[in-house]
Ligand binder design. Structure first.
Ligand code: ZN
Length: 310
């Protein structure tokens, strides 16, 4: 396949409480909420997006908060950890801050020579902060000094029963082998957008994961535009993958397919972007509804979408 994949575009996960989810990403981690909309297929549920100032591909963490959803259970066939990039020398700041704010799962480790701080999200979501050289511009948050702020994604870790087929798929998508660390194989896309890395952890003895609050629903890879996406889609179809037709997600165009290890993959375009329906200065403030759900606004706001306090 030609080199259209530029790294991750977004990661989409499940949560049990919109307000708690919002506070964790915008207050604790200091990201910007860049879009407040609803799930296309279940408009009574929010779809919340967090990222840098404009929602640059490779920085965008999104959530479907289903009120009261049961927690997922860890296992194989899922993304076990989403990692964010922070500058070198930032982990002491973050460990102090997160500990003070009562965040669980804090632990320091090293992987591939990189220093990492693990942490758990509000629903037990697996996260890490990884110290790395990263030229991306962070969102400015009052409580997080710019020299420590999150730059975007560093990587995701997929936990699988067997690595072979998924690694082959990633190589087909333009990723290259970048090392082995115990049970973890690293693949990286050359000259990517910063969110370049996929780690594959092999855990043959674990049960299959059960999806629920705190689980990653899917990961999306970034391509420039629809032309690149069409070429990627054609190549995947030719290689035998079952890929959906292109779906318009208002802020990007998406195609989806199931990867061999069980993780749902999406390929999303950079355009048209998150400023297509509101000014950059006010991204994420108003509730935006896809046009097919616009007529539901009054009922959704009255009965389903509890207002989020910023
Ligand atoms: Zn998506």
């Amino acid at each position: 396949m030609t080199r259209h994949i530029q790294g991750l575009h977004h990661v989409t996960s499940l949560a049990s409480d919109a307000q708690v989810n919002n506070d964790f990403f915008t207050k604790t981690l200091g990201l910007r909420r860049i879009k407040k909309t609803v799930n296309f297929d279940a408009p009574e549920v929010y779809h919340l997006y967090y990222g840098d100032k404009t929602g640059t591909p490779g920085s965008v963490m999104t959530y479907f908060p289903f009120p009261g959803a049961r927690s997922g259970s860890a296992g194989t066939g899922e993304v076990s950890e989403t990692a964010f990039a922070v500058p070198h020398g930032s982990l002491d700041f973050w460990q102090d801050r997160l500990s003070r704010l009562g965040v669980g799962g804090l632990g320091r480790e090293e992987r591939f020579g990189e220093q990492r701080l693990t942490l758990a999200g509000p629903d037990g979501d697996g996260f890490a902060l990884v110290e790395t050289d990263d030229a991306r511009t962070p969102w400015r948050h009052a409580d997080v000094p710019e020299q420590h702020a999150i730059r975007g994604f560093h990587s995701v870790t997929m936990r699988l029963a067997d690595k072979a087929e998924n690694a082959d798929l990633l190589r087909f998508m333009g990723y290259e082998d970048a090392g082995q660390h115990g049970a973890i194989s690293r693949l990286a896309v050359p000259e990517g957008n910063g969110a370049d890395v996929i780690d594959i952890e092999i855990a043959p003895d674990m049960p299959e994961a059960q999806q629920g609050a705190g689980s990653v629903h899917h990961i999306a890879f970034s391509v420039e535009d629809e032309e690149a996406q069409t070429e990627v889609r054609r190549a995947l179809l030719n290689a035998g993958y079952q890929v959906t037709p292109m779906i318009d997600r208002d802020y990007f165009r998406a195609i989806y397919f199931r990867s061999p290890g069980g993780v749902l993959f999406e390929v999303a375009t950079t355009d048209p972007g998150f400023d297509r329906d509101e000014d950059i200065a006010h991204l994420g403030e108003a509730l935006k509804l896809p046009k097919q759900h616009a007529h539901l606004r009054e009922r959704l706001e009255r009965e389903h979408l509890e207002p989020i306090r910023d």
